[in-house]
Ligand binder design. Sequence first.
Ligand code: NAD
Ligand code: TYD
Length: 347
Amino acid sequence: MRYLVTGGAGFIGSNFIRFVFKKYGDDAQVVNLDKLTYAGIRENLAEFEGKKNYRFQQGDIANPEDVAKAYEGVDGSGVDVVVNFAAETHVDRSLLEAGTFIQTDVHGVLVLLEEARKHAPKLRRFIQISTDEVYGSIDSGSFRETDPLNPRNPYSASKAGGDRMAYAYGQTYGLPVIVTRASNNFGPFQYPEKLIPLFVTNAIDNLPLPLYGDGKNVRDWLFVDDHCAAVDFLIEHGENHEVYNIGGGNELENREITDRILELTNRPKSLIKPVADRQGHDRRYSLDTQKLANRGFKCDTDFERALELTVRWYLDNEPWWRAIKEKSADYKAWMEKNYGARTSRPH
Ligand code: NAD
Ligand code: TYD
């Protein structure tokens, strides 16, 4: 299979490319189109550089020329499958500056779809990686794929735009589009601005863990390998023009997962620092995953084991995250200003 993976220098994309090469070996060809934003780290896939079935291309999914080049594939023969992971992904950053989110998460998807039209009907799949956040928050019960979207922050609103644009191109032009909506991923190579890697690396350094609001917001945690396996499954067995939820079935309050991280890193609870809540902070995400199960896929990684493995990975790969944390000084200063000092809700 010939893949075009976008955003493959980021967290999930790099795990997906590693998954594909592990499973299919030399039968897989992968072009990795990535802009290398602050979140893109080409070295995440250093082990594949120079191989004849892998091509890294630095480029922007919102740039038609970059995209046209990427669709040529590794050797000019084209691609069978597009998996679009490329996105601006952090809610807190979308509160700081939303324009790049629209540019990449909406317009970038459009550019990828327009190029896909030129390659139809040879293209087998176009997988748009969306997120559970497009549904908005739910106090009880779980969202199904047919539920209306109600994004409540600039990140999720832009993801909803890309999600619906991909769906629309499937309906309108018959492109082989599948949209996936996954819950919160965790695992190796996650940029240390998201909850789990931030708290693990802060704990290792005995730094405070800034827990937003009352710490009772609920997220459903999905191990990244399960997400990759689900996407791989849908490429083979999904139905075009359908949306699939991908959930881990591990709902936890933030304070619960924080306690587990402190246990696993052997650090005291006094490191927890309650800070002002995130603006527009979604209370709870929850997915009904029956549709994917009916198709024949179930996530099977044990959550506790996966969390232990993840913490172990950060303990074993200090140079990786220390280099990133040192580089992101501007962002850290902004977070400190917005979440560090304030004690009351910002709105
Ligand atoms: P990430 O921030 O770690 O990586 C994003 C990657 O996209 C980076 O390598 C970055 O350089 C690249 N990128 C950004 N803008 C680009 C552009 N214009 N052109 C080309 N490349 C660009 O993100 P992630 O956590 O790996 O998320 C990957 C995808 O999965 C995103 O679409 C995200 O919305 C979705 N998702 C993430 C989660 C999660 O918990 N992390 C959950 C559900 C869905
Ligand atoms: P995050 O990893 O940013 O993912 P998302 O907002 O996309 O779900 O945050 C997960 C949860 O953790 C969310 O409820 C916000 C909370 N959180 C904190 O309490 N402190 C933090 O420093 C961060 C980054 C997140």
